[in-house]
Design a protein around this ligand. Structure first.
Ligand code: FES
Length: 104
């Protein structure tokens, strides 16, 4: 992972809410615009993440986070699980940092 990515994982996300998903396994970097969910962006890039409710209720889309801090917007994880910042629900949650690193 480049220094640039590591830096982005500690830089707060800008006011426009746009952030980058850095996929550590596939080496891809995907930008998530304000009007799209992380899951939509992953799907358009051909990355298959299982999903069901699309609203942060079921936990089907749960994805491992390896860097950066998710902006949790789900109702599935407990407060404690959210605070661990090692997984997030891409169907509705976003990122608090300019770069969110995923185990994909
Ligand atoms: S698809 Fe149900 S929580 Fe994401």
């Amino acid at each position: 992972m480049s220094d640039h990515m590591n830096e982005g994982a500690s830089t707060p996300v800008g006011p426009d809410g746009v952030f980058t998903l850095a996929l550590v396994k596939s080496g891809k970097q995907l930008q998530v615009p304000a009007d799209q969910t992380a899951l939509q962006v992953l799907e358009s890039a051909g990355i298959d993440v299982p999903m069901s409710c699309g609203q942060g209720i079921c936990g089907t889309c749960l994805t491992r986070v390896v860097g950066g801090v998710p902006d949790h917007r789900d109702m599935y994880l407990s407060g404690e699980e959210q605070d661990a910042n090692d997984q997030f629900t891409p169907c509705c949650s976003r990122s608090k940092n300019a770069v969110l690193m995923l185990d994909l």
